[in-house]
Structure formats: structure tokens, C-alpha cells
Design a protein around this ligand. Structure first.
Ligand SMILES: Cc1cc2nc3c(=O)[nH]c(=O)nc-3n(C[C@H](O)[C@H](O)[C@H](O)COP(=O)(O)OP(=O)(O)OC[C@H]3O[C@@H](n4cnc5c(N)ncnc54)[C@H](O)[C@@H]3O)c2cc1C
Length: 400
């Protein structure tokens, strides 16, 4: 990549945010193209130039070992565990491990700022990326904004602020583009704390999802697709509404997820230094994946505040994944009584721990592989990373 001169920067900046979308309908609105770093988009955009192997080597010193099932699925890592905060942060998405790490990174002076996402004053789900400089500003960003968020739109502010040590929190598509321009940011040290991410939506898509799925869409404070195969909606009055996955109105919701998310194979945020999610952990625990020494350095800062346990795995996902492929394709929706019953049965005998995570990865990768094949056949071979091809090849896909 060639360096961009500052005059080019300023000229490019005059355009309105959101007006330039080189990835067209596959744009995940990561924010890169709202800045002068748009000059690098052809190399940096995860949906224009899939370069997982290069970026894994750049980030972790090696590519993932495809012969090791744990790495095939969860990426390069040196440690993995289930964890939760001894004293959870009120209002966090889970127990607040992400916000706690970010606060401690500032408190310890390891970084001068944290890229995170607050919400707009008028809408709790409208993302507003910021560079937080105090723990209070980090805490104001706690809880998921379950919408595409232009986190990288703050890239120009990094250079302007003169900051040299930064922590960025983000999901896979944002982190892929960030890694690709990392060496252009003038930083001495960049720490990356990632979360897994799947099935994200635009703000309008989120409204449709809430209205189709929740009994009280306007009072939802946050929600999560949980390991017990139900969506848990938390409402303003603290009540929890649970809807079984199998009761979702698949036909109505088929177009809700962003095309970028339907084409994404970086569910587990393979390029972050440290990943905090929930998918590989027992119910109500968070899942922590340490990818390299920088990730370990971040985790060490908060270890005394955490309860931890080893990850575990039980059940066999394969049949359920194979059956879900034609069911999703046909938009099958079960009546609510049957969906609830199925939810109860699968919770008792279904995949748990790491096997649940593999169930979710397999279901999404097969669905996304078919989506790219049908909608962007010319991109299929280059866009789908080798590890994802290997995962998909375990299943029989419908003959087209
Ligand atoms: C859109 C989305 C989808 C997810 N899907 C999964 C999943 O399928 N499986 C799984 O295991 N985990 C998933 N996660 C991660 C999980 O939901 C929790 O965010 C994670 O476990 C951290 O919880 P916490 O309590 O430690 O976070 P908190 O302390 O509440 O902090 C949340 C952090 O997320 C950041 N954030 C919020 N919204 C966004 C956004 N739209 N884009 C980028 N960053 C954001 C905020 O800046 C904040 O720092 C997802 C996260 C997001 C944002």
C-alpha cells in the first residue's frame, strides 16, 4: 500500500459520511470510508479483499492451524476460558468484562484512549462511536448497540489527537479493516479487544426484528441470542421475555440481516488480540479467547476481578446443523407451542459449551456460503477463507 498525503486526505474528507460505499451492498458500514483512509479501501475492506492469512500472520505471527479443530473453528489462540465478573457491571451486555478491561487499560496508563460505541442521546440503539478518555466515557458505551456501527469513522481523530497508545473495541469487519491500516495510524501501540458478532442489522432492520419478535418492541433495553436456544429480551422494567429460536418468523426476517453479515466468515473475530463473547461458555458465563501476548496483557489486568473455569463441550451438533440448512432455505416457522417444546428438548440434549459455539458457526457459515454463492458467485472462491471452506465442506448443501 502506498502512503496517503495529507492534502489528498482533506480533499476526500469533504464528502458526506455514508456517501461513499465502494463495497456497495456488501458494505458493513465499518466507518473506514467516512475518513481519508478510504484511499486504502481496496486492500483494507473485508468485503472487497479477503486476506485473512496475511492479517493473521501480521497480528499473531502465524496462520491458524487447520488440522487442530479448536483453531479451525476459533482461530489462533494461546488460551481460552469461561469467565464472569465477581461484581458484574450494572447495565452491561453480560457481566461487563469488556468495559472493565477498557477502564483498567486507561487507569493503568497503558492507553490514552479507547475506541468504543456509545448511543445517540435520542435512541438507545443508534450507535455513536467515540474515543473515550476516561472510565466514565467507557462505561457510557457499555451494552451492545445491535446495529452496524461505523467505529472506524473516528480514525482521523486518532491522528489529530496525537495519541500514541490506543485500545480499540470492535466486531470482526471493523477489526479486519483496522488491522489493514494499523501501520498507517502513527501509533506506538494498538491493543484490540474484540467481540464475536453475527446477524447484525441496520437501525431500520433492528426495528423490524423487534416488532416481529418481541411483544413490546419499544421497551427492549437489550437482547441476546442465548446458549439455551432462546432470545432473551430485557425490558425497561427489568422483566425478561424469552422467545425460542425455532419460533422466529424466518420468512419475515430473511431480509433483515445486513448483506455484509450474510457474507461474513469472521464470527469469532480472528484478528483481535483478545476476544470476549459468550458462545463457547456455559449458560450465563462469558467466553474469553486469548490470541496473543498483547491479549494476555489485557486479561491479566482484570484477572483478580474474575471468576474463571475451563471451557467444556458436550453433545453433537452435526445432525441439527444438517437439518437446519433446508429448513432455513424454505423459511420454515414452527407454531409457538412446538417451538417452545423443541427449545426445551434441545436445551436438555443439545450441544453445549464449545459444541454450541461450533453449532452456531456451522449454521451461519453454511447459510452464508449459500448466500455468497447465489448472490455473488464471482466472489465465492476468493471471498470465503480456507478455514470456512473446510467447515462448510462437512455438510451437504442443496444442489442448485
Ligand atoms: C452486534 C454484536 C453481536 C454479537 N453477537 C455475538 C454472538 O453471536 N456470540 C457471542 O458469543 N458474542 C456476541 N457478541 C458479544 C457479546 O454480546 C458481548 O458484547 C460480549 O460478551 C461482551 O459483554 P460485556 O458485558 O463484557 O460487554 P460490555 O461491558 O457491555 O461492553 C460492550 C462493548 O461492546 C461495544 N459495542 C457495542 N455495540 C457495538 C457494535 N455494534 N459494534 C462494535 N462494538 C460494539 C461497546 O463499545 C462496549 O465497549 C456480539 C456483540 C455485538 C456488538
Amino acid at each position: 500500500m502506498t502512503a496517503v498525503n495529507p492534502t489528498q486526505h482533506r480533499k476526500a474528507k469533504a464528502l458526506k459520511p455514508g456517501s461513499r460505499r465502494p463495497a456497495k451492498e456488501l458494505c458493513s458500514e465499518c466507518g473506514l470510508c467516512d475518513t481519508y483512509y478510504i484511499h486504502y479501501v481496496k486492500e483494507a475492506c473485508a468485503f472487497i479483499n479477503q486476506q485473512f492469512d496475511n492479517l493473521e500472520v501480521q497480528s499473531h505471527g502465524r496462520v491458524r492451524n487447520l488440522e487442530n479443530e479448536l483453531e479451525l473453528y476459533f482461530g489462533v489462540h494461546q488460551d481460552m476460558m469461561a469467565a464472569r465478573k465477581k461484581e458484574p457491571i450494572e447495565g452491561a451486555q453480560w457481566t461487563g468484562i469488556v468495559s472493565t478491561i477498557a477502564c483498567e487499560m486507561l487507569n493503568s496508563g497503558k492507553v490514552e484512549g479507547v475506541v468504543c460505541v456509545q448511543n445517540s442521546p435520542s435512541d438507545r440503539f443508534q450507535p455513536m462511536p467515540v474515543i473515550a478518555r476516561t472510565p466514565e466515557e467507557v462505561l457510557a458505551a457499555r451494552v451492545n448497540k445491535p446495529t452496524l456501527s461505523p467505529n472506524l469513522s473516528i480514525l482521523e481523530q486518532i491522528e489529530q489527537s496525537g495519541m500514541k497508545r490506543l485500545l480499540a473495541i470492535g466486531v470482526g469487519c471493523q477489526i479486519q479493516a483496522l488491522r489493514a491500516v494499523e501501520d498507517k495510524l502513527g501509533l506506538e501501540k494498538l491493543y484490540i479487544l474484540g467481540t464475536p458478532c453475527v446477524d447484525n442489522v441496520t437501525r431500520e432492520g433492528l426495528q423490524k426484528f423487534l416488532e416481529t419478535t418481541s411483544k413490546s418492541p419499544d421497551t427492549v433495553v437489550h437482547y441476546e441470542f442465548m446458549q439455551d436456544f432462546r432470545i432473551h429480551f430485557k425490558h425497561e422494567d427489568g422483566s425478561i421475555e424469552m422467545v425460542p429460536f425455532f419460533g422466529l418468523n424466518t420468512k419475515e426476517l430473511k431480509d433483515v440481516f445486513a448483506p455484509s453479515c450474510m457474507s461474513c466468515f469472521d464470527y469469532v473475530n480472528g484478528l483481535a488480540d483478545l476476544v470476549v463473547g459468550y458462545m463457547g461458555a456455559p449458560f450465563r458465563w462469558q467466553w474469553v479467547v486469548v490470541r496473543n501476548d498483547t491479549g494476555q496483557e489485557m486479561l491479566d489486568l482484570v484477572k483478580p476481578q474474575l471468576d474463571t473455569q475451563s471451557v467444556s463441550s458436550s453433545g453433537d451438533r452435526r445432525q441439527a446443523v444438517q437439518q437446519s440448512i433446508p429448513a432455513y432455505d424454505k423459511g420454515v416457522t414452527l407454531p409457538m407451542w412446538a417451538a417452545k417444546l423443541m427449545g426445551v428438548v434441545i436445551e436438555r440434549v443439545g450441544p453445549k459449551g464449545l459444541e454450541y459455539a461450533r453449532f452456531s458457526i456451522d449454521s451461519h457459515f453454511t447459510r452464508n456460503y449459500l448466500y455468497v454463492k447465489r448472490n455473488h458467485p464471482e466472489k465465492l472462491d476468493a471471498h470465503v477463507p480456507t478455514f470456512a471452506k473446510r467447515i462448510v465442506s462437512q455438510y451437504q448443501l442443496p444442489k442448485e
